[in-house]
Design a protein around this ligand. Structure first.
Ligand code: ATP
Ligand code: MG
Length: 261
């Protein structure tokens, strides 16, 4: 029985995709089997996991359009990382056509379609991480309707923290209508922290006050992370990654503690 976690913030660039794939990596290293669902038409998660689009694969767009229970099983694919734990991570990839699903928002119970697609399709994983787009629109509604838990990520900057708060409040205000009345924000990660920037310190303090125990940790701004994402590499394939690897392993351990599988 998998635990599904929707990773969100409606601010662009809040580090959602990086958190999603590096949590998947940390969880896989702990021996967990992880499915990553790319729910963003940008397809960044898919590319950074080393998945290559030959335009024949079944993606998130097709499984949502199918509106059929369990159809997601047909879209689960291997990732392209060269790491010994990579076979414990799988992806349901996305391409830009996922954008077309937004036009179906007014169709009856369209917000349920991802949950419907995943039903009995991801049960053999320990965790299903859903990388939401930078929006609180229909695609994110489907992610939240399918999720058991919500996790936010934010840069240590005013607009990003504000958007993380909005994500939390949006969940509280809409979870009944999304058929998921128990859904709660279980954690917040601050990412891209640069101690040389005064505003970052102020916003990190603010996030600590605002989120309290929900703040799972802080990821520093590091070129190793940008490079690994850029070249679609695991940290095992990235030089000098020991520091950032340790940061995400701690976050993965926290996830397992908060959401035991
Ligand atoms: N801690 C970090 N240090 C350095 N670079 C980082 C860090 N976290 C993420 N990045 C880089 O910052 C950029 C934005 O991150 P990412 O794509 O994860 O944000 P996002 O919230 O998913 O964006 P979008 O809203 O477009 O989906 C990427 O180039 C990523 O590699
Ligand atoms: Mg993203």
């Amino acid at each position: 029985m998998t635990r599904r976690v929707a990773i969100g913030n409606n601010k662009g660039g809040a580090r959602k995709t990086t958190l999603t794939i590096r949590l998947a990596e940390g969880l896989a290293k702990l021996g967990k089997r992880v499915l990553v669902v790319d729910l963003d038409p940008q397809g960044d998660t898919s590319r950074r996991l080393g998945w290559t689009d030959t335009l024949t694969e079944i993606t998130t767009s097709e499984i949502i359009a199918a509106n059929s229970e369990g159809v997601a099983a047909q879209a689960i694919q291997a990732i392209g990382w060269n790491a010994e734990y990579a076979d414990r991570i799988a992806v349901i990839p996305a391409r830009y056509t996922l954008e077309d699903r937004a036009t179906e928002a007014k169709e009856p119970k369209a917000w349920r379609r991802l949950a419907k697609a995943l039903k009995n399709a991801d049960h053999h994983f320990d965790y299903t991480l859903i990388d939401c787009p930078p929006s609180l629109g229909h695609l994110t509604h489907m992610g939240l309707a399918a999720a058991d838990y919500a996790l936010a990520t934010t840069e240590p900057e005013h607009d990003s923290v504000k958007a993380a708060v909005k994500y939390r409040d949006f969940i509280r205000e809409n979870r009944e209508d999304l058929g998921n009345p128990e859904l709660e924000l279980v954690g917040v990660v601050v990412s891209g922290y640069d101690q040389r920037i005064g505003a970052h310190k102020g916003q990190l303090d603010g996030a600590r006050t605002r989120f309290g125990d929900l703040l799972w940790g802080v990821v520093p701004q590091r070129s190793t992370i940008t490079n690994a994402d850029e070249f679609a590499r695991s940290f095992a394939e990235e030089k000098d990654s020991a520091e950032v690897r340790a940061v995400f392993e701690l976050l993965a351990a926290r996830l397992v503690k908060e959401i035991p599988a």
